[in-house]
Write a protein that binds this ligand. Structure first.
Ligand code: Z5A
Length: 231
């Protein structure tokens, strides 16, 4: 018999509101999995290191008026430009732990209102409009949503200077994530795991590590195909 095809890696996504601890947990998780000799890499969006990511970085750090649709499409393009490498990584058997993705894209743009926005039209951009450029991207095998209410998030220190770091917007973003969770649960394809991010770093880490190892086991034992976003 020939060599068997290696099992693909799992694509695990951490999402959540500002300061929920995603970045902290992604790096702890990658260390934990590597210590178990489980091949894993971290990804994050926006990836500010590419040319498109450089434009996004300038946008986030300035108050320059840019049409919200144009900036939304840049965030999506920043995922599409990473997608071939993302798929290759999974196919080679390496797991990916990702910090933000299309859900953040939709949640933030759709939460903007006239006062946060600079578009031609005054109304909010619909969830459907916001989802469409990301349709077809590789879908995660699990979403881990680090949930933190606004007061707890604020207790982690004052907001920095970036343009989305505003209370009212962040509250609406959290509501949009809940709508996206409901859509995924209705489709029954991408499972969500909501973790209480108000716990200690160690407690959150233990809960997430269990979800991640269960997801890796499931993807491998079922030889689960890689799905596409919202397809
Ligand atoms: N955005 C968008 O609009 N469209 C898109 O498509 C995408 C993103 C992908 C930049 O994202 C902005 O882009 C973001 C969404 C928007 N706007 N906002 N807000 P980013 O990912 O580059 O930046 P960020 O998410 O705002 O920040 P962050 O650094 O990634 O935050 P975090 O990862 O959630 O948190 P952290 O750095 O791990 O922890 C925050 C602090 O809390 C830190 O001091 C920790 O030590 C502390 N911490 C962490 N865990 C705990 C616990 N358990 N207890 C107590 N304290 C804790």
């Amino acid at each position: 018999g020939g060599a068997s095809t290696p099992k693909r890696g799992a694509f695990i996504l951490l999402e959540g509101v500002d300061r929920c601890g995603k970045t902290t947990q992604v790096s702890l998780l990658v260390k934990h999995l590597l210590s178990l000799s489980i091949a894993t890499v971290a990804l994050r969006f926006p990836d500010r290191t590419t040319q498109v990511g450089g434009l996004i970085n300038e946008y986030l750090q300035s108050s320059v008026q840019t049409d919200d649709r144009a900036i939304h499409l840049l965030f999506s393009a920043n995922r599409w430009e990473a997608a071939p490498n993302l798929v290759n990584t999974l196919t080679s058997g390496t797991n990916i732990i990702c910090d933000r993705y299309a859900y953040s894209g939709v949640a933030f743009t759709s939460a903007k209102r006239a006062e946060d926005r600079s578009s031609m039209s005054g109304g909010e951009l619909s969830l459907d409009w916001c989802m469409s450029p990301d349709v077809g991207l590789p879908a995660p095998d699990a979403v881990i949503f680090l949930d933190l209410d606004q007061d707890q998030a604020e207790s982690r220190g004052g907001y920095g200077g970036e343009r989305y770091e505003k209370k009212e917007l962040q509250i609406r973003v959290r509501q949009r994530f809940a709508e996206l969770q409901a859509i995924d649960e209705k489709q029954g394809r991408v499972p969500w795991h909501v973790v209480d991010a108000a716990q200690s770093i160690e407690e959150v880490k233990e809960q997430i590590a269990k979800i991640v190892t269960d997801t890796i086991d499931r993807v491998q034992s079922e030889s689960a195909p890689l799905r596409r976003m919202w397809g």
